[in-house]
Ligand binder design. Structure first.
Ligand code: ADP
Length: 509
């Protein structure tokens, strides 16, 4: 495919600092990593000057070369000294995203994940690791910035960058001095970054911020609540999730605040990176195919069966899941019905890691049903692509799912998703019924309520339809026709930035 020409950033558009704790391919633990690369790239394709701010974990420093030092923060109160470096993250043949890296060896130079050590324990100094991310974000968005480049908008993502709007709010500022407007995006409300009250002073936040009308959440300092309270605008990653989090149980205690701020909250569905997730070009899959000719898909099923030591069997429907293995993702329910799934007869392939007990249970199931259930514990980009291409039906029995990406990837790969009716899954999957089949909108299977019985009944419904090759083909092609690109969603973010930029003290000229 010829590279799409990317326009030079327009001086008329707002400049955006996109603050994130992870970005694909340097450091990714979930959907946020994908979004942090794909959304800025899509915004740049619309002509916006978007730049990233990310902590300098070892894999970030090693993966971005060359880098140049652009600022030094030697005497930052409350934080160890650090250096700000600039580099570029290549995103496609035509463009790269400028990245600011916070190089602070004392906080980030260590082996392990971005949030946890190699044993899965939260880093004990996360309050400082992400306090610093929030602080530098606020500095770069204010007149205290040492940089010439000044954003109109600081766009914060999840609790790790939640303190930026709070620091900005309390930054002394007299117009015409400059201060960016802030957007806080919720990718998952279940992770809130709550810390003991003494951290308020430790982070240099004023005591008055520790208030019900502020950053306090049940006696703790909540990074996420700080972001939600002080940000100029809130977004979340699907319209349905934006509704769900305004009440129990999915509001996780923040429903009152979110409901009160609903006038400044927008649900925008995530897109997918269509250059990374494309069955016609995907380098990780066994055989390429497209909507117009799905005949090569079966070669991927065979390759997947071989790779995961499942019995070579074209006719048994192959169900699959790729996920964090957690209660949120419904793996406890999936493992309950796995023996009945095998009886259908069907096969089950699982790739994921997470809860140790659930991992053990799944591994035991694979041992009990060799050739029918395969489980790979770990995080493997390559295998995840082969599963999307090789499976017949993709399972997402999530209890809640702010947006979800795999149901979109799987539709693009002609692998109809089977999902619980929650969050972004409702916005992106159309249940297969006689009516939706007739009008060509059916793309998968949606079940409710989230019980083992309903999940199994829906798996049986899918397995039955799988026998009807012509109808199944229609379902696959309906999904492959859908536009899950970032174009529309990026334009929705641009509308919010433009609205907010009109309110800041910046001049866009
Ligand atoms: P969440 O962010 O809640 O984990 P999403 O569906 O939004 O869920 O995004 C998950 C992303 O991480 C997807 O791109 C998915 O393919 C990927 N992923 C999750 N677990 C694994 C794994 N074990 N190996 C490879 N990719 C994984």
């Amino acid at each position: 495919m010829a590279p799409i020409p990317i326009p030079a950033p327009s001086k008329k558009e707002p400049r955006v600092l996109f603050i994130t704790p992870e970005v694909y391919p340097l450091c990714k633990t979930g959907g946020l990593g994908d979004v942090s690369a794909a959304l800025p790239a899509a915004l740049r394709a619309l002509g916006l000057d978007v730049r990233l701010l990310i902590p300098g974990y070892p894999q970030v420093l090693a993966g971005l070369k060359p880098k140049r030092k652009v600022a030094e923060f030697e005497n930052l109160e409350h934080f160890p000294p650090c250096v700000l470096r600039a580099a570029k993250l290549p995103v496609n043949d035509a463009d790269s995203i400028p990245v600011f890296i916070i190089d602070c060896p004392e906080l980030y130079s260590r082996e392990g994940g971005p949030y946890q050590d190699t044993a899965g324990r939260d880093w004990p100094d996360n309050v400082l690791r992400f306090g610093l991310l929030g602080k530098i974000g606020a500095i770069l968005g204010s007149d205290a910035s040492p940089l010439k480049w000044q954003p109109h908008i600081v766009h914060c993502n999840d609790w790790q960058s939640g303190l930026t709007p709070a620091y900005l709010h309390f930054h002394p500022h007299q117009p015409p001095q400059r201060k960016a407007a802030s957007v806080m995006t919720i990718h998952n409300l279940a992770f809130q970054g709550n810390f003991p009250p003494e951290t308020v002073a430790r982070l240099g936040l004023p005591a008055r911020s520790f208030n019900m009308h502020g950053a306090e959440f049940h006696g703790q300092l909540s990074f996420l609540k700080a972001g939600l309270y002080y940000a100029d605008h809130i977004t979340t990653v699907s319209p349905n999730y934006a509704r769900e989090i305004q009440s129990e149980p999915l509001g996780f205690g923040l429903q009152g605040l979110l409901s009160a701020r609903r006038g400044q909250m927008t649900g925008i569905i995530n897109g997918i990176d269509e250059s990374v997730w494309n069955p016609a070009t995907d380098p990780y899959i066994a055989s390429h195919y497209a909507r117009t000719d799905l005949s090569a898909k079966i070669a991927n099923k065979r390759a997947l069966q071989k790779t995961m030591a499942l019995t070579q069997d074209d006719t048994a429907p192959l169900f699959a899941a790729i996920s964090r293995i957690t209660h949120q993702k419904g793996f406890d329910v999936l493992q309950q019905i796995a023996p009945q799934l095998v009886e259908i007869p069907a096969q089950l392939a699982i790739l994921g890691s997470g809860n140790a007990e659930m991992e053990k249970h799944l591994t035991a199931l694979a041992r009990a049903y060799p050739g029918r259930i395969a489980v790979h514990i770990g995080y493997t980009e390559a295998l995840s692509h082969l599963i999307e291409a090789g499976a017949d039906c993709f399972l997402m029995p999530s209890r809640f799912e702010p947006c979800g990406l795999n149901q979109m990837y799987s539709q693009r790969y002609g692998t109809p998703p089977l999902v619980h009716a929650t969050g972004g899954l409702v916005d992106t999957v159309v249940d297969c019924t006689p009516a939706t089949l007739k009008n060509g909108s059916a793309t998968g299977f949606v079940f409710h309520p989230m019980t083992a019985e309903q999940l199994l009944a829906t798996i049986r419904r899918a397995a039955k339809l799988f026998e009807d090759t012509a109808t199944w083909r229609m379902l696959q092609q309906n999904g492959m026709t859908k536009d899950f690109s970032w174009r529309n969603s990026a334009a929705a973010y641009r509308r919010i930035y433009r609205m907010l930029a009109g309110k800041t003290d910046y001049r866009t000229a």
